[in-house]
Unconditional design. Structure first.
Lengths: 217, 724, 512
């Protein structure tokens, strides 16, 4: 199959058929910010940070979930996109404990985000208690922004056991276990592939936690 | 959706994404290979204050960013108090083990070995290599036996797992490894999994097969137990234990009978059809239904799906091989693949899933009594001549004993008198455990070289503390022939040393004492120098694989030269037999060696569970123990009712050879009439019950079929039981 | 249909039996539906009606744009006061399609759900004494359909199928658009589904009307369901579908019963021939009306909009090509099949849900292109007295009167003013009404209905609500509007800021 030629931020890119705009941008050396996208889990299209403008199209489209097509003219960094990303990042930082999420911290700086301008957090997301229900790792959902990579890794994307699901709606949506059971009573096989893909540090090995806490004292 | 998607590398998939959650900033991140099963998952170990606090999967093959619980959370054994740190010697039988320096311990061991060799000949010595050790270390171990001592008495634990596969694949196809690769799982439109609880024993592969099935591949599972994959299979063939050869024989027979086999493939690429066909005629669908208990229509569907697929792959493990007729079972699978033409193309093939991290490599390196490195037969005069030239020492002519035979011979006239064990714990792994204990007691010299104190430890005359996978350099070869480098994370604890160093030290001393070859030949600067020797002696297989290339590239054998990327799909042009054709061979079914009786009415099958690994030496010294603390035996609800056993109750399992206590897990995973016990619990050893019946070709023991009886233990303490 | 039974109906059966779900109910339903337990649990924790503890008695004040503009605060205070004395819990529930007959109260006891409308403050006070409000309402009164329209007439006889080519070209000539709000040309969807080759295709009737201000679909389902079924059956034959699923909003009990009765009757009469049909109880959330979320919900998942492409026409229900059409669209389709494209084009009928400050709120069939003032007058509204109209519904915009009086209500309206007719709601407000209170209610509605899938909507809608509650405006608020509109995955988040933004743009300084 022939390659797909398109323009990303002024660069002519030859993408492979089936690649996304995110892939195409990476080929051009352009790093479009993403939080949720993950190759292995198949997670995409949730965080909307990777939305880009395509000339002639109405609304911005998520680069991670839009296939590269011939002759598109794509812009990944415009003032409007920066403003949009800034708002999403600010609200995210306001409602989530991102203290162990270096990736998002970097983006907050890149987009000059000031979460404080939205006043106080609305939701009780930051108040969630860590769940310590198994011998291997802890689930600290105060640090979770519900990108759902863990859920996808557990289910469709990698492991196929479905020990997790999304519970609740809107800003209260958060990963949980079937019937709210402790993990050892679910189909969980403790592969830790959820922990592997967790970008925020909400899922953390016990060894790491005890080392970190030991380091503090 | 709907179409299987291949796991081909994607332009973005190789990007190494460091974990961005700096609760702890690592002192270093070491890229190496998981020490558990044969999948050979590549891992990054995060280290702080000389402790591993996080294990992350690498993005590339073979594991593509995934791990299982053992690799992820099961490395606690590295820091366990049971780690051996000092060499120990027992000056005479009955004395205590006492600490000794390395020189003293090595001199002691070497002089005792040399004395026994002088008294009773080199064949009185036996060398047990390890599928957990590196390629380099396995190479040195067999070299120790063949060059420094002059015996082919060397073997490793594959004897107990895939020797049936090795035997049947070698004679039929000329190669004993997976014919295809794990990357191709997504390319198969039919996947046949036989006698493998892949979800628990090769979890990363199991998850991939499961995903392939979700994405449209037709999954056929042949297993008496309702294992994880059986639950998601499109077609589950719940055959009676021990009837595998009938099932696959009937599938192949049906294909030929119905004219649905790959006639072109058989005519061009196979030989022995007529003889095989005469032997296969009896395996009608009706006979198979009667013998296996699987309805004929399902057997027919499985056969037709398998043969009609564009690419159908078969995977198997211990459920096929660990039988007194294991070789015939594997042969039946081979015959089926040949008549269906499912070989020599991507997504197809015959794929034995290897159990230990380097069991492929241990075989490749010749840690076997009948073949040199590269599977070159000892019985071939030209081969012996070649190795004599390479090592500059005369080569013994007769093949050595298999490990099972060697243990049988202990105490007999001309039997084995000294055993050198590297990372092997025969008390847990060998069948009919009480026999093994008795044999060990009769030995004149037992050298135990391991990282942890194990069950065999009390019988040792010399104990040599070894470095773990995380404390040395070297290479492992995984189940799909991928050669991968391991790298040290820590210094070995105490005085522990890498197995390779220890073996080389003994080699130097023995060469000197026995006056065989140059002792200087044992002065290796390190594992890379050993590997360079392997490349030199096996250029067709490993010539192109150097440590430097392994830093940058994914390589698998065969890889003959520096420009070769390695071969993924074997047999695209020809088979590795002298005629270049696949050999169809009769695979006659024989009833199990021991039939259930009134006294022992149930069939015991043994195996592994997700949370533990083999003898449990490693896994039970880690957090895994908390997830699965004690032996649970699977009992079908009907049997539970019949023998008055409740879920969670303590029971006795008794065979003609002994009895063990366990906790009953009443579940329909086990079929009626069959109980399943994991092998990981040394204090409740399932192998006290198994029998010492062996496959005549591969000498593999019968681990999957022993007659037992089940009784409630009287001191009832009902506890919650469950999958973990 | 996939061979496994659907999850939600099984959960509903268990719910009906006990009033709440036990773990065993959920496990059994998951097993039957061949879904992982985690999937079933996701559904239980998503749809509001699946409670897992014995539910308390609840008094629910219906919260919609009309009551918000009037005496919502007072009614709520009365209810909050009365409920505990009747050992009930006071809460609100968003628009129930009762704008024309409100204010409305729902009393929920176990699985039982009784609606009372209209209610006065005094009725709510009386609740404390155990006295139920006087007017219980099972369905919308039939006479709410005002002015006598073609679509209000039962199809008699039922239209015949004249062949796929003939039907689709008639729909095309008639110029029929998707009347759930998207206004996509109906014939294109029909052609797209028809062109797909698949082992199964579906027609899904979208009866999930949940947008505040709209009740015309409710009226059609309650009073003319045969017409909708006829349209669905014709469409199914035209695209080669084998099964129709009629998705009725979860709370519309009467509509569901009547749709099901019509189905049973038509089936008994042989009208469906080989077509399989079923009535499906919707999830009970606004987002279920988004066509791909609706399909997810039939499949037993969380009703979350899918990423597109693929569109339902290619990969819809259970990945099969699926035609999803709104109730009214299919009613029109049936009418076109019965009377021809020419007759349709002469009339260009459209149903409007008109409520608020008009003398005769109700469902009106008016020709497309009717000026806004004309529509309001038809309902007995006086454009002179009105300051504003909320056009479209919650996902609509405030138009300012008298400036917008001549705006023609047709599909071209967006090009003129940036406003869309959407599903056709007109909520009228006289000069004394507090439009900010209405906007606040709308913002609260979106925050409540956000599914939680995409970040801009799940994070942005509660902050939008907070900003509107504080009556904020200015550049920072505009940034939030933009993030929601441009960043959200589906129409819910995208439309969330429209009403308040139009209020700020058009009424700034008028009232605060």
């Amino acid at each position: 199959m022939s390659k797909v030629s398109l323009v990303v931020d002024g660069y002519l890119v030859q993408a492979e058929p089936g690649e996304t705009l995110l892939d195409a941008a990476r080929r051009a050396g352009v790093e479009v910010p993403t939080l949720c996208f993950h190759e292995r889990t198949g997670t995409r299209g949730l965080c909307r940070l990777c939305v880009v403008e395509v000339e002639g199209w109405g609304r911005p489209v998520p680069a991670c979930a839009t296939e590269a097509q011939p002759n598109l003219v794509v812009r990944t960094e415009t003032e409007a996109l920066a403003a949009l990303r800034r708002v999403v990042l600010e609200l995210l930082a306001l409602e989530t404990d991102l203290s162990h999420d270096a990736g998002t911290q970097t983006l907050l700086k890149r987009y000059a985000a000031h979460p404080q301008r939205w006043s106080a957090p609305l939701a009780d997301r930051r108040e969630r208690e860590p769940v310590h229900d198994n011998p291997f790792f802890v689930r600290d959902y105060a640090k979770c922004y519900t990108c759902r990579r863990c859920i996808d890794a557990c289910g469709e994307g990698v492991q196929g056991v479905w020990a997790y699901g999304t519970t609740g709606r809107g800003h209260a949506a958060v990963p949980g276990t079937p019937l709210d059971l402790p993990l050892p009573e679910t189909p969980c096989v403790f592969c830790g592939n959820c922990l592997q893909v967790c970008p925020t540090g909400a899922l953390v090995p016990l060894e790491e936690l005890s080392l970190a806490e030991g380091g503090l004292s | 959706m709907g179409k299987p998607t291949p796991h081909t590398p994607h332009p973005t998939s190789h990007r190494e994404v460091p974990v961005m959650t700096p609760r702890v900033s690592p002192d270093r991140i070491v890229s190496t290979v998981c020490p558990y099963c044969g999948v050979g998952c590549r891992v990054d170990l995060y280290v702080k204050d000389e402790k591993i606090y996080r294990v992350m999967a690498q993005e590339g093959p073979p594991n593509y960013g995934a791990l299982c619980v053992k690799g992820r959370f099961g490395l606690g054994f590295l820091h366990h108090p049971d780690r051996l740190k000092t060499p120990l010697i027992r000056r005479r039988k009955g004395a205590e083990l006492e600490p000794a320096g390395w020189d003293k311990a090595l001199d002691f061991a070497a002089s005792r070995l040399a004395r026994i060799a002088a008294e009773s000949g080199p064949d009185a010595l036996y060398f047990v290599s390890s599928a957990k050790a590196t390629n380099e270390e396995n190479y040195l171990m067999q070299k120790l036996a063949r060059a420094a001592v002059g015996t082919h008495n060397v073997d490793h634990c594959a004897r107990l797992c895939h020797s049936s596969s090795t035997a049947a694949l070698s004679r039929s196809l000329g190669s004993a490894a997976m014919s295809n690769t794990l990357e191709e799982i997504g390319l198969s439109d039919v996947i046949l999994v036989a006698g493998s609880n892949t979800i628990e024993t090769h979890p990363v592969v199991g998850a991939r097969i499961k995903k392939a099935a979700r994405e449209g591949a037709f999954l056929i599972v042949a297993d008496p137990r309702r294992v994880g994959l059986a639950e998601v299979a499109d077609l589950w063939l719940r055959l009676r234990p021990g009837t595998d050869a009938v099932l696959f024989g009937a599938m192949a027979r049906h294909l030929v009978d119905a004219g649905r086999f790959d006639r072109g493939f058989v005519e061009r690429r196979a030989e022995g059809f007529e003889e095989w066909w005469q032997s296969a005629r009896a395996y009608t669908l009706e006979f198979a239904e009667e013998t296996t208990g699987v309805p004929a229509a399902r057997i027919r569907e499985a056969a037709e799906r398998y043969a009609d697929a564009r690419a159908a792959a078969s995977y198997w493990a211990m459920g096929i091989t660990q039988h007194a007729h294991g070789t015939e079972n594997v042969q039946a699978l081979i015959n089926l693949a040949v008549v269906a033409g499912q070989l020599g193309k991507p997504g197809a093939g015959l794929n034995p899933l290897r159990g230990q991290n380097n069991v492929q490599g241990a075989g490749d390196m010749g840690a076997l009594p009948n073949v040199y490195p590269g599977y070159q037969p000892v019985s071939d005069r030209h081969v012996r001549k070649r190795w004599k030239a390479l090592w500059h020492v005369r080569q013994p002519e007769t093949p050595g004993l298999t490990m099972t035979e060697a243990f049988e011979s202990i105490g007999a006239a001309n039997g084995v008198r000294a055993v050198y064990l590297m990372g092997e714990d025969p008390i847990t792994s060998e069948p009919y455990q009480d026999h093994v204990r008795a044999a060990l007691e009769k030995l004149d010299l037992l050298i135990v070289q391991d990282i942890l104190r194990n069950e065999t430890f009390p019988y040792a005359d010399v104990v040599l503390p070894a470095a773990s996978f995380a404390e040395k350099h070297g290479t492992f070869t995984n189940t799909d022939r991928r050669v991968q480098r391991i790298r040290p994370v820590f210094k070995p604890p105490g005085e522990a040393r890498p197995d390779g160093w220890i073996t080389a030290q003994l080699g130097r001393r023995l060469a000197q004492l026995l006056k065989r070859g140059w002792s200087e030949a044992w002065n290796y600067a390190g594992p890379e120098e050993v590997w360079e020797e392997v490349r030199l002696v096996l250029p067709e297989t490993f010539g192109g694989i150097g440590y430097d290339r392994l830093e940058r590239e994914d390589l698998r054998w065969p890889c003959p030269h520096e420009r070769s990327p390695g071969v993924s799909v074997l047999f695209t042009d020809g088979f590795y037999t002298p005629s270049k054709k696949a050999r169809l061979l009769p695979a006659p079914w024989r009833p199990p060696a021991e039939e259930p009786s009134d006294e022992f009415p149930l069939v015991l099958s043994t195996g592994r569970v997700l949370y533990h690994w083999h003898g449990g030496v490693l896994s039970r010294r880690s957090a895994l123990s908390q997830a699965y603390p004690e032996l649970k035996v699977e009992v079908n609800p009907a049997d539970a009712a019949r023998y008055g056993v409740r879920d969670g109750q303590k029971v006795w399992l008794t065979s003609r050879r002994g009895r063990i206590r366990a906790t009953a897990w009443v579940t329909d995973r086990a079929p009626e009439g069959v109980v399943f016990a994991p092998i990981h619990f040394a204090e409740q050893p399932a192998n006290r019950l198994t029998l010492d019946a062996y496959d005549p070709t591969s000498k593999i023991p019968e681990y999957k079929f022993a007659a037992v009886r089940l009784e409630p233990a009287n001191d009832v303490t009902p506890e919650a039981a469950g999958p973990g | 249909m996939d061979s496994a039974p659907l999850l939600l109906p099984m959960l509903d059966a268990a719910l009906a039996a006990r009033g709440y779900l036990e773990p065993a109910d959920i496990e059994a339903a998951a097993r039957e539906a061949r879904l992982p337990l985690a999937r079933a649990w996701e559904a239980v924790r998503f749809y509001p009606r699946y409670r897992t503890e014995p539910p308390e008695k609840r008094f629910l004040l219906v919260d919609d744009p009309v009551v918000r503009a009037r005496d919502f605060a007072q009614l709520w205070a009365e209810l909050e006061d009365a409920a505990p004395r009747a050992e009930a819990h006071a809460d609100t529930v968003y628009s129930q399609g009762l704008e024309a007959v409100g204010p409305a109260l729902v009393i929920e006891e176990g699985a039982r759900w009784r609606v009372f409308a209209p209610v006065q403050a005094a009725d709510l006070q009386a609740l404390a004494m155990g006295k139920l409000p006087p007017h219980e309402l099972e369905a919308l009164p039939p006479e709410l359909a005002r002015g006598g329209g073609d679509l209000f007439e039962p199809p008699d006889p039922l239209p015949e199928f004249s062949g796929a080519d003939a039907l689709i070209s008639a729909v095309r000539e008639a110029g029929l658009r998707g009347l759930g709000g998207a206004l996509f040309p109906a014939w294109r969807k029909l052609e797209a589904v028809r062109a797909e080759a698949a082992d199964a295709k579906y027609v899904v009737v979208n009866g999930d009307e949940s947008e505040p201000g709209n009740f015309k679909d409710r009226w059609l389902m309650e009073h003319n369901p045969r017409l909708v079924w006829a349209g669905a059956a014709l469409a199914a034959r035209a695209v080669g579908a084998s099964e129709i699923i009629f998705y009725v909003r979860g709370e519309y009990a009467a509509a569901r019963a009547r749709v099901e009765a019509a189905r049973a009757e038509l089936e008994a009469s042989g009208y469906f021939e080989e077509l399989k049909t079923q009535t499906f109880r919707g999830g009970g959330l606004y987002v279920c009306g988004e066509e791909s979320a609706l399909l997810e919900s039939i499949e037993g998942r969380r009703a979350e909009p899918r990423l597109k492409p693929p569109y339902p026409a290619q990969a819809g229900l259970f990945d099969r090509p699926t035609l999803v059409n709104n109730v009214e669209t299919l009613a029109h389709l049936a009418w076109i099949a019965a009377h021809g494209a020419e007759a349709y084009r002469q009339r260009l009928p459209k149903l409007f849900s008109i409520s608020g400050d008009v003398a005769r709120p109700g469902v009106y069939e008016l020709p497309l292109g009717t000026p806004l003032a004309g529509a309001l007058e038809a309902a007995g509204g006086d454009p002179e007295d009105l300051q504003a109209v909320l056009l479209g519904g919650a996902a609509g915009t405030f138009l300012r009167l008298p400036e917008a009086a001549e705006l023609p209500l047709d599909f071209a309206a967006p090009q003129l003013s940036g406003d869309a007719v959407g599903p056709g709601a007109l909520v009228a407000f006289t000069g004394d009404r507090d439009l900010w209170a209405v906007a606040e209610g709308i913002a609260a509605f979106f925050a409540h209905e956000s599914c939680g899938k995409c970040f801009p909507c799940s994070l942005g809608t509660p902050h939008l609500h907070a900003a509107v509650a504080r009556r904020e405006r200015g550049p920072q608020t505009e940034e939030l509007f933009l993030a929601l509109e441009q960043g959200s995955l589906c129409g819910l988040g995208q439309a969330a800021p429209w009403a308040v933004r139009s209020l700020i743009r058009r009424f700034e300084g008028v009232r605060t």
